[in-house]
Design a protein around this ligand. Structure first.
Ligand SMILES: [Zn+2]
Length: 63
């Protein structure tokens, strides 16, 4: 299965998703790199650094 990343918030989505479940954007790319899972954005230092406010799986880089 192919995964795509939201260009707006970098959430990783399944190919069948039409809009991003995190931010509602439909601007996706298959050109992404790295993966990070945010479980608890309020406790996670990674979430703060990357600017994610919602739990989810995100790409580290989106082109
Ligand atoms: Zn998004």
């Amino acid at each position: 299965m192919r995964y795509k990343a939201c260009r707006n918030c970098r959430a990783i989505c399944e190919d069948k998703e039409e809009v991003c479940p995190i931010c509602g954007s439909n601007d996706f790319t298959y050109n992404w790199e790295g993966i990070v899972a945010i479980v608890d954005p309020f406790k996670s230092q990674v979430a703060k650094i990357l600017g994610h406010e919602k739990a989810g799986i995100y790409a580290l880089k989106v082109y």
